[in-house]
Design a protein around this ligand. Structure first.
Ligand code: CTP
Ligand code: ZN
Length: 145
């Protein structure tokens, strides 16, 4: 499938097939006034199938949250139609107010106004632990606040 190249903006590539739409919505691209494209189920050498998002506008993205959603994503910065930078993502060491601790006995469940904070405990397994009660979470878009 052929999709036009963008002029100035971002190409979010190597998105695990099936999560592109949720990332598209999380970035509020459904309300964009500039050109955007969501391409789903593109054949990829190392992923089998992948999704791609093209944004023909310079926008700010929280790369730490994007890395939490999917650390295998590559963000291509495009300037004057050329890729000038490839940003590779990683799982962030800490996430604050992205996922919620589900332990009913956790202080964040019984008291309001406390930040939901997790820290990375196992990078290979994408596993995070609540800093207050050690409840474990697997990173990914399914675990969003
Ligand atoms: N791209 C685009 N518009 C441009 C330049 C690039 O939409 N003006 C897109 C390409 O279609 C591709 C992505 O940005 O989907 C990355 O481009 P490029 O680095 O040229 O491709 P690859 O070398 O295949 O990338 P990688 O090795 O990271 O898979
Ligand atoms: Zn907790």
């Amino acid at each position: 499938m052929n999709v036009q190249k963008i002029k100035n903006g971002l190409v979010i590539d190597h998105i695990r097939a099936g999560t592109g739409l949720r990332i598209f919505n999380w970035l509020k691209l459904d309300r964009a006034q500039f050109s955007v494209a969501l391409i789903m189920n593109v054949s990829s050498n190392h992923l089998g199938k992948k999704d791609i998002i093209k944004i023909d506008n310079v926008i700010d993205i929280d790369y730490s949250i994007l890395g939490f959603i999917d650390p295998d994503i590559t963000v291509n910065v495009v300037e004057d139609e050329f890729v000038t930078r490839k940003i590779t993502l990683t799982l962030p060491e800490k996430v604050s107010n992205i996922i919620r601790c589900k332990n009913p006995r956790c202080i964040t469940s019984s008291e309001q106004g406390i930040a939901h904070e997790f820290h990375l405990v196992d990078r290979k397994r994408s596993e995070y632990a609540c800093v207050y009660c050690d409840e474990l979470y697997r990173a990914g878009i399914g675990e969003f606040l």
